[in-house]
Design a protein around this ligand. Structure first.
Ligand code: HEC
Length: 273
């Protein structure tokens, strides 16, 4: 598996569990599979079947969601986790077909755990981003969330704060701080900022493990503008970086130059008066 190039999750799932000859899948065979697993697996399978009333308050899922956002979301889109990374496959789409073909959700967990341990060595995904019980929690969260309409409920809904919902950033005495989301989401804490014209030191703290920078261009460009940056900081994680700019009155866009981050929502509007 480790030497196999990128392939679809659907194919991998079907490799793990070959479809029966008649193409049908009965409840009885699903139950036999569960009984064959460890007790913990059986409990997970039950939760996956929606039998747990407090599914949204399951502490494993909460840890799994937080770790997914911090370690996986910068590269993968997963709607329920509100992550929008585009380096790796969209995980809702990746598992959609397998689920549509009648595979149980529990097969997703195996694919995710295997992928965490054995990503394509020539690909972009680092090995063992999470390990031990946290890897299981992440896999369980993906199992429960991939390609599932609707939103997370219970405590799970608030496990990771919404990105970009912070207070607008305001320049004071020539200093303006616009920080990256500390949980690793592709967003700045503030989606708008204001400053007075003149020299400004723009600082971005990025406490997450995902690399970002902050760049500035003229105009209210939104997610996809292709203007030229008038200034750009260095790329950092777990630290802080600054740029010095002299601003004229007008509207600017600040954005991250890591490919895909701006398109995923990592930008905001700076108004200079
Ligand atoms: C730096 C980017 C990056 C990060 C971070 C990352 N992945 Fe990936 N992921 C990829 C790429 C690229 C692929 C395509 C296959 C490969 O390279 O192994 C992939 C493939 C996958 C697949 C297989 C999807 C399919 O269609 O077969 C799964 C599942 C997956 N990743 C889960 C995760 C999980 C869970 C995490 C966090 C623990 C994670 N990834 C973190 C880039 C990333």
């Amino acid at each position: 598996m480790a030497n196999v190039p990128a392939e679809s999750a659907a194919r991998r799932v079907s490799q793990c569990r070959p479809a029966p000859a008649d193409g049908r899948r009965t409840c009885a065979s699903a139950r036999t599979r569960r009984a064959a697993g460890a007790l913990a697996l059986a409990a997970l399978a039950l939760a996956a079947g929606g039998c747990s009333v407090k599914g949204g308050d399951n502490p494993n899922l909460i840890l799994g969601k937080q770790a997914f956002v911090a370690k996986c979301g910068s590269c993968h889109t997963l709607a329920r986790a509100s992550t929008k990374g585009i380096v790796g496959p969209n995980l809702d789409e990746a598992f959609h077909q397998a689920l549509a073909e009648g595979e149980g959700r529990s097969t997703i967990r195996g694919v995710v755990e295997m992928q965490i341990k054995n990503p394509n060595p020539e690909g972009a995904m680092p090995k063992d981003l999470v390990s031990g019980s946290l890897a299981r929690d992440v896999a369980e969260y993906v199992e429960q969330s991939a390609s599932k309409p609707g939103k997370d409920t219970g405590l799970l809904a608030s496990a990771v704060p919404a990105p970009g919902a912070g207070k607008p950033a305001v320049e004071k005495a020539g200093k303006l701080e616009i920080d990256a989301n500390p949980e690793g989401q592709l967003a700045y804490q503030a989606s708008s900022a204001s400053a007075s014209a003149g020299p400004v030191t723009l600082t971005m703290a990025n406490m997450s493990g995902v690399t970002h920078n902050i760049a500035l261009e003229a105009g209210a460009g939104g997610a996809n503008a292709k203007g030229t940056a008038i200034a750009a900081s260095s790329f950092i994680c777990k630290g802080s970086t600054s740029i010095n700019v002299t601003l004229k009155p007008g509207t600017y866009t600040y954005f991250c130059q890591v490919p895909g981050h701006r398109a995923a929502g990592m930008y905001g509007t700076l108004t200079v008066k």
